[in-house]
Ligand binder design. Structure first.
Ligand code: PLP
Length: 354
């Protein structure tokens, strides 16, 4: 029986995407070949990656604005260093809002000076720092839009003269934003865009080519752009599955359509966390993520009973990250509100029998 999958990543994808991807493993678009064996240079696959690159820009509202979309290897973790390799000449500004930002900062320091302009480490990253100054002599400013582990999310982004770089791994394509305020966006696909094995990079071309250092080809955004995101063999199956998911999203009304659903799902769960005396939220209310609500049991609430109840209800993946503990219910785009209702029902039942 299919589980209600609240896993933080790899994530739930729409059932129709699973079905179409499975069919393509046996016969990809009547080519007589499996998507797993087809040449990445074949016309059939070139049109897949071209459509995926165009559709990403369309959904983000960034067509014809000087941006390129790339599907690369190496995960968001590779982008931690690739961003710095390509953009950091002397000095860059970073906010530290959790594990992933800390890792991005660590890699950037290999390439130049990093100014940590703000941090929420003092409260175990349960909030988003607000008032900070980004020095204008920095090469770029880097932030993490959604802190997957802590369940905090930036609701707005600072206005700055320097290029704005954002790790959107866990909330890409989940909410409407003016994406043209960003100069570079990256996201490991497996949180909200597709399966593991491919990473999306959306970059404004004009910010590239400004550092003096030599950049190895595989690390060089300009090389990947010049080769239409096919410098080497892309993750064929992961790109195809991402395309299916992008098509599904477009059918639902794009980002605006899904944002409405995501907001309702988040409200349903947060209302219960706030109402139910057996639970308390982890993140500061104004910074709560609509993707990864985090919560704990109130003092005295019986963990063994609650864990038994949600497992019996066929729920998967709500244990919190080891650095935060408690619970985290990741509710990515493909999660139906009915699954959130199942979790809320379990929380209410737990209250009744406690
Ligand atoms: C998961 C995650 C990463 C790391 O992604 P990989 O693709 O595993 O390298 C980076 N940033 C954020 C915000 C994440 O949620």
């Amino acid at each position: 029986m299919k589980k209600h999958n609240f896993s933080a990543g790899p994530c739930i994808l729409p059932q129709e995407v699973f079905e179409k991807a499975s069919a393509a493993i046996m016969d990809f678009n009547n080519t007589g070949l499996s998507i797993l064996e087809i040449s990445h240079r074949s016309e059939a696959f070139v049109s897949v990656i071209e459509e995926a690159r165009a559709l990403v820009l369309e959904l983000l509202g960034l067509q014809d604005k000087g941006y390129q979309a790339l599907f690369l290897h190496g995960g968001a973790s590779m982008q931690f260093l690739m961003v710095a390799y390509n953009l950091l000449e002397k000095k860059a500004a970073y906010t530290n809002t959790g594990t992933w930002s800390s890792k991005a900062i660590k890699e950037a320091k290999l390439f130049g000076e990093v100014v940590e302009v703000a941090s929420s480490k003092d409260k175990n990253f349960n909030y988003i720092p607000k008032d900070y100054i980004i020095p204008t002599d920095t090469d770029y400013f880097h932030c993490t839009s959604n802190n997957t582990i802590y369940g905090t999310q930036m609701k707005s982004f600072p206005k700055t003269q320097v290029p704005l770089v954002c790790d959107m791994s866990s909330d890409i394509l989940s909410r409407t934003l003016d994406f043209s305020q960003f100069d570079l966006i990256y996201a490991g696909a497996q949180k909200n865009m597709g399966p593991a094995g491919v990473t999306l990079v959306v970059v404004k071309e004009e910010i590239l080519g400004k550092v003096a250092r030599q950049i190895p080809s595989m690390m060089n955004y300009q090389v990947h752009i010049e080769k239409d995101s096919m410098f080497n063999t892309p993750s064929v199956f992961a790109v195809y599955t991402s395309l299916l998911n992008l098509q599904w999203l477009k059918k639902l009304g794009g980002i605006a359509g899904i944002e409405d659903k995501n907001t309702k799902k988040a409200a349903l769960l947060y209302d219960e966390i706030d109402r139910n005396p057996l639970f308390k939220g982890f993140a500061e209310k104004e910074d709560r993520s609509i993707m990864n609500p985090t919560f704990n049991l109130a003092e005295g609430a019986d963990k063994t009973t609650f864990d038994k109840l949600w497992k019996e209800a066929n729920i998967n993946g709500i244990n919190g990250h080891r650095s935060v503990g408690g619970y985290r219910a990741s509710m990515y785009n493909a999660m139906p509100i009915e699954s959130v209702q199942v979790l809320v029902d379990v929380m209410q039942h737990f209250e009744k029998i406690s």
